[in-house]
Design a protein around this ligand. Structure first.
Ligand code: ZN
Ligand code: ZN
Ligand code: ZN
Length: 191
């Protein structure tokens, strides 16, 4: 019986392909992060179910979260995964952003978010590189002083940010590229 776990449906249970642990449909589905056999698809749902294929590796799950599920409600889970994997935990920076120049969506976003400060996770990888990910919040940050208020008003956010470095950057960051870790030295620590 195929053991692929389909989001919101459950274990597949189709007959396995001959000599395999998965059915024909799921045998060639690869983890979107590492390319190994996927065991399930991601069940995170906002308006639509994510459905991205993943393997059982917690590291792949974390990378997938960094790329796709950095909403404020996911922060606590991200924090827990980082702790389990013993990797350098994310920091937070509020900054103006640029989504890069690839594609129409990036152009639209650049226009839409122009002049707004965004809540960004600063995530670290093994090659001492930093990537920035926008966190979805319904809260407008117009200046530095709004940052403290944000965490006062959102208790679940506060729980995820305990002990974090929180920075402010009065310039624009391109979130489509990676940076050396010392970019953080250019940020102003506010909390
Ligand atoms: Zn299957
Ligand atoms: Zn994987
Ligand atoms: Zn997902």
């Amino acid at each position: 019986m195929c053991k692929f776990n389909r989001s919101w449906i459950g274990i597949c249970k189709n007959d396995n392909a001959e000599g395999e642990e998965y059915c024909n449909e799921h045998l060639n589905i690869k983890c979107s992060v590492c390319g190994e056999q996927a065991t399930h698809d991601c069940p995170i749902a906002s308006q639509l179910v994510c459905g991205t294929p993943l393997c059982d590796s917690l590291e792949c799950k974390l990378q997938h979260y960094y790329l796709n599920h950095t909403s404020s409600v996911s922060l606590y889970e991200i924090k827990n995964m980082e702790e389990k994997l013993n990797i350098k935990p994310f920091d937070i920076v509020f900054s103006k952003i640029n989504f890069g120049d690839k594609g129409e969506v990036a152009k639209l976003f650049n226009e839409h978010y122009k002049d707004q400060y965004q809540f960004l996770l600063v995530t670290y990888n093994k090659n001492n590189k930093v990537k920035l990910h926008r966190v979805d919040i319904y809260y407008e940050i117009k200046n530095k002083n709004d940052i403290g208020l944000l965490f006062e008003n959102y208790p679940w956010c506060k729980k995820s940010i305990t002990g974090k470095n929180i920075y402010f950057f009065n310039e624009e960051i391109n979130i489509s590229i990676k940076y050396p870790e010392d970019i953080v030295n250019n940020f102003e620590k506010v909390i």
